[in-house]
Write a protein that binds this ligand. Sequence first.
Ligand code: G4P
Length: 542
Amino acid sequence: IALHDRETADRRDPGGAGHHGGAVAQEAARRRTFAVISHPDAGKSTLTEALALHAHAIGEAGAVHGKGNRRGVVSDWMEMEKDRGISITSAVLQFAYDGTVVNLLDTPGHADFSEDTYRVLAAVDAAVMLVDAAKGIEPQTFKLFEVCRARGVPVITVVNKWDRPGLDALAIMDELTTRIDLHPMPLTWPVGVAGDFHGVLDCATGEFVQFTRTPGGATEAITTRMSGDEAEQLLGSTWTDAVEEYDLLRSSGHAYDHELFLSGAASPVLFGSAVLNFGVRQLLDTLVALAPAPGARPDRSGAPRDVSAPFSGFVFKIQAGMDRAHRDRLAFVRVCSGHFTRGMVVTHADTGRPFTTKYAQSVFGRDRSTVDEAFPGDVIGLVNANALRVGDTLYADEKVAFPRIPLFAPEHFAVARAAVTGKQKQFRRGIEQLGEEGVVQVLHSDRRGAQAPVLAAVGPMQFDVAQHRMEHEFGSAIRLEPLGYSIARAVAAEAIPIVNSRSGAEVLTREDGLDVAVFADKWRLASVERDVPAGSFIPIFG
Ligand code: G4P
């Protein structure tokens, strides 16, 4: 199956002219780099398939990835993923659409791997928040949205599954406002209640976009545009009800405002059905028309790096052992500025060492192809980039270092020990690498010693991945002893001895040197807090 047709990825400016700033700025301007965030089961995999289908990257929906026995499970490359029918690792889907190069950064579906999603959100310019019409804002939607807000990532909202009975459309708008303080600005409005989906009102033109089901949604839904009058003749009150509802919203300040969207305070809203491939083209059109193109990115000192400056990018993800055929380590780099050409020698900002990029690839699921060039907004995979860690910067010519990606507060902790004695070297190497990849966070303390590092995770399934990989990839099976902590705070030096003297609490040191106090529960935290100077504990991002 031709998963994507990179050759046709509408590169109007191959090689040559791309070197000078103006051409790079042009290439950057036509890129849209985004991720889809949602609570599991809201339809993220289905939407990803549908997006690719609409971009004509894939012949038939179902080829990208999916669950259970859906065919062509391309991005579920680890055995564990297959066993559990979940998608753990992320991939990048690039396709051309309407003169634009779209980069869709896939994120894991399971909430236990949200740390991975957080890092992906550091590498996008916009996010699509998928909301299940029957469920509204769910816990994971909420958590991921908060990350977008903290990072200033503008969000487009898609209310999915309108083909099924669900909440009232106005009630969903209310949820956005009251639960996450996001001002909704519908671009389309559903015609027919959830479960009786006829199509949408195009809020900009007042036209009716009717949709006709295709069997199983396997190919693009058939849509017909007609005037409001025609729609009224066809549907009577179903149409006029929709128009009335939208008018209510518009007159109460919910018309589209671009500045509000870019500021993150408000979100354009679309209604659709990913499984029936309806609303997907509107989403693509919205991304092209409204989502921001890559812009100047601030470096560690806050100074912006213009997109047309020489090449720069940062690692947002490291992945290893993805596939038996490719047991290697791949660093995913988001390009921030300049024209990347394969083979160029760049500098690793953290060590000052040169780094060759001969083996640059693009990766989607199992499918890999060589990348010859890339522009701001694109993602490149660097093969066997053993020196690179998550958050590292690479640059050419003009020095730059981008801010590191914040590590999130873990909620699960376990001591790791080598199950077999005499494998200490493999054990240490494996644990270190898993830490660098961000599979788990690795913490140490003098008290526990080097043989017994503490692994910390946002979701407990990260431990399963660590255990699986330690055994199968690094040849050192591990035993994990859960620690009963659930809260982590950055801790000031003077409070460390006090924390360590208490039960249900201790201080551990993270790989990056941060001292982290961990507590069994909020009561232990509160009790220690009374005995240390105010401000000794600082919440960790996330
Ligand atoms: P996720 O990646 O966010 O976890 O969700 P996924 O796409 O796997 O979708 C979860 C379930 O919701 C799937 O059903 C999928 O078919 C269904 N779904 C997605 N979008 C829509 C939609 O617009 N309308 C309706 N009615 N259903 C939708 P499943 O039974 O779990 O899997 P399958 O057997 O259908 O593949």
